[in-house]
Ligand binder design. Sequence first.
Ligand code: GLA
Length: 734
Amino acid sequence: MTTLTAPRFISLHSRHTSVVLELPDNEAPLWRYWGPRLQSATHRPASASFALREARPLPSFMLDFDQPLSLAPSFGVGWFGQSALLAHRIQRTAEGSGSNPCVDFAQAFTDCQVTWLKHEQEVALTLTDQVAQLSLKIELKLDPDSDVLVLKSSLQNQGHSALNVQWLAAATLPIPGRADTVRSYAGQHNHEFLLQADVLSRSQWRRESRRGRTSHDTFPGAVVTTPGATENAGLVFGAHLAWSGNHQQTIEWLHDGQYQWQLGEWLAPGEGMLAAGASLQTPEVVATCSTRGLNGLASNFHAELRARLPWAKGQMRPRPVHLNTWEGFYFDVHPEPVKALATAAAALGIERFVLDDGWFNGRHHDRAALGDWWPDASKFPQGLGTLVEHVNSLGMEFGLWFEPEMVNPDSELYRAHPDWALQLKGRPLITARNQLVLDISRPEVSNYLFQKMDALLSAHPIRYIKWDHNRDLTTAGLLDGSPGYRAQVQAAYALMARLGAAHPDLEIESCSGGGGRIDFGVLRYAHRVWTSDCIDAMSRITIQQGFLQFFPPEIMGSHVGSAKAHTTGRTQSLAFRAAVAMTGHLGVELDARHLTDTEATELKAWIALYKQLRDHLHQSQVWRGTHADGLVWQAHGHGDELLLFVYRTQPTNHRYIPALPLPMLDTYACYQVQEILPEGTVRATGPHSTAPFFDALNDPQGVELDGSWLVHSGLPLPRAPAETVFMVRLRRMA
Ligand code: GLA
């Protein structure tokens, strides 16, 4: 009888997923499994009972040593795939010998210490390479409820000379070979989260951002799907790097037919230079898999982010309706019109009034003043006090816009401290939107910013900051000429944390020309994001659907803009604009002083409806879907009560409107279905649109429908023009 070696395993298990690593002697742990929960026949957590190499015959013309995918695949000693580490050191040879060879360019970890931090949930693995004199600590934490696996790595240089790290993966993940598509997000200013679906093949898939921020262009994360996976069913994997700076991810086919997925920070040349004894800590990778399709995956990410958000006293308050002055006033913010706008806002039911750009010293356009963070004396000779009091007296909170990391060359700050800008000696300064970036890693710079912001926050009850960052980083050199991308992100986080600690009730919105800084890293400090500068409702539907793959609706800043969208020139009804905006954290971004009475009454009704529904819209589960005939839908809620928004984006192609199947419902339940309409409004209808079913949806008891009917046959839809919404509430009946 053949005896198999009894391997050592590390297994982590959550409600629906399992992770299994194999621990061979004197090697880095091997990846054995990440996927749906393993259950053994005895209902004990299962894992493989054989060593990987014992079930893997060697192919021809191979090394006599077999190196499968490990948790830390490393170049030079038998691994030919993408390395989780690229590093070397220069060996200083005798003065005058003329040669300084690059050494330790190959690494192999030959020892692994296992420290359990929580049984079957959290483990720290410390690997060492005594030849290259390195220690690599990899931490894995699998949340038992959300199924989210958080990984991070820390490399320590244990040698006596500097180590130059070119790349250190925050995590390496295995993806099964049957996976066929990677869905990532491309985009640009005014159109974030543009879906980019690529077929996985033997060619390497890679996305990078070197813009010094999360970026509009390349979201640091993706979703990998297996054949047949849909919005609501099938095996899918997702991963995201929680970091607001440069990043890189690759998916690479391996010779055993699976893929490896690496994510990490893209280090500028020299940025990973580690002095003897120094360490490099990566950002976290937040990863998860689900057999419940894209929506199941989204729920896992939402749960993880909800646990991270830094709410005051640990609890989210109902998300207050905003009015933001930007598209209404742009830079032209003068106290009297702004006060009049606040009065009009309060009458609509607005709860937080945010004074956007234009309030500070000399800020009349985008060519000057960033850095001079005190009220402009020509606009606010008495400071912001009377405006804040006026806003508060109307029962609204006050919020204020800053762009702390930036400076205009035409500013008092820059004239006093031109050396504070990130720059490279001998290279021209490159402006973007007429501005430069401050080196906020210098204590004197971050102290200056803290003092200026803190002075305003201490003088007035300012409960909210819109924290902007309106350009990419270039010539990002620190004082000593070394690259400052990484330092800049760390310093921004530190400044946000310092302000948050000094003002515990403060909420921060992360904005970066709209959605250029949306990630789980900044959301350790921020409470909301400005999803996009584009508030055209049609564009927003796709932007928001992409956003919701990773982020929950309660942090998704979504505003009702003017009828004609400023960024696209398209015109949409108030009902459509409001219905798209209200699935996130609702705001208004228009000059409410000039609404007609009819418009004001209608907008007020939508705001009132949002207030009634927000407890169901937020902190609940979200299902997204698309359907033939130009329909995009979204449902929010819990099993017992769902709010369904069906957006018709195009005119129908049918004489009779097909029903909409709702795959997320319980086939064994019965639902009471009622139409939702803001008070005093009627649904937008086309000609010949009435039918008794839709009248019955508006009866107090609604219509009773069988869950399996709704799942398999579908919900009848009214005939309606393009760019309209149909909203219903589905209540599970006892
Ligand atoms: C960025 C933001 C806008 C607005 C302007 C102000 O573009 O995304 O919402 O705050 O800056 O300059």
